[in-house]
Design a protein around this ligand. Structure first.
Ligand code: SF4
Length: 379
């Protein structure tokens, strides 16, 4: 089973924290969609005709696509790839785009899951982040999505924001829960250098929250959502049982995926490909029949570390038998001292040959994974 990711690199305005590849100049949109259709046609062999179980339109802001642009992309996929009849088809959307008419169009186009970037229900915070929507628009679009028959909804919420109180975060979570989504993704603000916030921090105009404050807020999230039957199946992702994102899970399960569009990545088990992050050059290359990408051949060490990094973040954990069978890496023997130390620090537990993060471990998940990373010495 495989997945297809489509990157739509346009946004109405730039959120001050965002480091994704996008442009606020949409003049190239029609040509870029044509180029993405061309890339889909050129890449038909990439997934070796494996059935496609998930399609994910991310960005950028895919809800900016017109009906005909969306149809052009999806119809090309249906024509050239074996999409399963019940495939999960997700579109990332911003609340201000989701009018009743738009929601109807999306449902008719076959979108059966929406991932909605709400971030907060506090208008002051939304303004501070330079989001293009208000809290009211967020509430109205979720109600509209239910009415349009798209009830498999995911909401994004942020924490660790400057000026955000614990009470404010609790209120955001409560409002999100009341809207009855099936899935909630909760992300901590990270300051990236190339963003407006990154510049403000460098100039001393913005102070980031202290670590303990962000950790306390993460604990609020971990305490609140499970009470309402949103289970933490990955560090940042909570779902009602049966509504885990199949697309994201396929990344963690090392399934093949094809990424289409500027900055999109593809993975086939042996290599990873990275499309160029430049809209104009992407369009120009595809007009000449070329896909502008770089390819990285994954070493055994890369594969071990990717598996460790992604699996440790999931509730299923890191299966030591997989490391042994697939990569001949016997972690329990080769990293035995590290393992004992981290277990003694109560950051992980080892049960039935599976490593799982404890609650304390979830607060430092990336550091724990780094401790186990294979180096050339472990080969
Ligand atoms: S809408 Fe999404 S992709 Fe666009 S700038 Fe904001 S966070 Fe980034």
């Amino acid at each position: 089973m495989a997945g297809i990711y489509l990157h739509i690199p346009f946004c109405k305005q730039a959120c001050y924290y965002c480091d994704f590849h996008f442009s606020v100049n949409t003049s190239l949109k029609a040509e870029l969609i044509k180029a993405m259709v061309r890339e889909l046609e050129l890449q038909t062999n990439y997934l070796a005709q494996e059935p496609v179980k998930t399609i994910y339109l991310g960005g950028g802001t895919p809800s900016l696509l017109s009906e005909s642009e969306l149809d052009a992309l999806l119809n090309t996929i249906y024509k050239h790839y074996p999409v399963l009849p019940k495939a999960e088809i997700t579109l990332e959307a911003n609340p201000d785009d989701l009018t009743a008419e738009k929601l109807k169009t999306l449902a008719l186009a076959g979108i059966n899951r929406l991932s909605i970037g709400i971030q907060s229900f506090d208008n002051t915070i939304l303004k501070f982040l330079n989001r293009a929507h208000t809290a009211d628009e967020a509430t109205r679009c979720i109600e509209g999505a239910h009415r349009a028959g798209i009830s498999n909804l995911s909401i994004d919420i942020m924490f660790g924001l400057p000026g955000q109180s614990e009470t404010g975060l609790r209120s955001d979570l409560d409002q999100a829960i009341q809207l009855d989504p099936k899935h909630i993704s909760v992300y901590s603000l990270t300051i990236e250098e190339r963003t407006v916030f990154g510049k403000w921090v460098a100039q001393g105009k913005l102070k980031v929250n202290e670590e303990p404050e962000a950790a306390r807020q993460f604990e609020v999230v971990m305490d609140t959502l499970p009470i309402h039957n949103f289970l933490q199946y990955e560090i940042s992702n909570y779902a009602r049982p049966g509504y885990e994102s199949q697309h994201n899970a396929s990344y963690w399960q090392r399934k093949k995926y094809l990424g289409i569009g500027p900055s999109a990545h593809s993975y086939n088990g042996e290599t990873r490909q990275f499309n160029i992050s430049n809209n104009y050059r992407y369009v120009r290359a595809l007009a000449g029949g070329e896909i502008p990408f770089e390819r990285e051949l994954l070493t055994r060490e890369n594969k071990i570390n990717e598996y460790l990094f992604t699996s440790l973040r999931t509730s299923a954990g890191c299966n030591l038998a997989v490391l042994k069978q697939d990569y001949q890496y016997d972690l329990a023997t080769q990293a035995s001292q590290t393992l004992s130390r981290i277990i003694a620090q109560n950051l992980i537990v080892l049960k039935d040959e599976t490593l799982q993060l404890t609650r304390a471990g979830k607060l430092v998940a990336d550091q724990v994974a780094l401790e186990f990373f294979a180096t050339e010495k472990s080969n």
